[in-house]
Write a protein that binds this ligand. Structure first.
Ligand SMILES: [Zn+2]
Length: 140
């Protein structure tokens, strides 16, 4: 299975996401680095490069996610999958509170943890975007 995503597919993924990271909602126009194509179910876990397994992702979210597909919730150590932009609704798993992305489900909790959605640098970035009216984004 090739991890290569051709230009046409990449453009379709970006357009579908309206140039926003499908995990943290950052707009590509507000990022320093070009966004990447995320394999929601990574290739090593059997995912493919079809549109329904691809998401538009900022570099920070994609690097933190890596090949992960989930994590455990303590203390039960139950496996919980990560948020899937193709099958889940963002608003059912997260809320925006000021510069923070607050999880409201177990899927939201593990996704926030693994992708480090609220690390200091990202909070600072969102605070700067709030100050110029670029965050929170319009979701619809
Ligand atoms: Zn992101």
């Amino acid at each position: 299975m090739s991890r290569y995503v051709n230009r046409k597919t990449r453009d379709a993924v970006a357009k579908r996401a309206r140039s926003r990271c499908e995990y943290c909602l950052l707009h590509e126009g507000d990022a320093y680095l070009a966004f990447e194509i995320d394999h929601i179910i990574s290739l090593k876990h059997g995912g493919n490069s079809e549109l329904d397994n691809l998401a538009y992702s900022c570099v920070a979210c994609n690097r933190m996610k890596g090949a992960d597909i989930g994590s455990i919730v303590l203390p039960e150590k139950e496996f919980i999958r990560l948020y899937n932009p193709r099958t889940d609704s963002w608003e059912e798993h997260f809320r925006i509170m000021g510069p923070r992305i607050v999880p409201i489900s177990d899927i939201g909790k593990v996704t926030t943890k693994i992708l480090l959605l609220n690390d200091d640098l990202r909070i600072s970035e969102r605070e700067a975007l709030i100050s110029v009216g670029r965050y929170p984004p319009q979701l619809l």
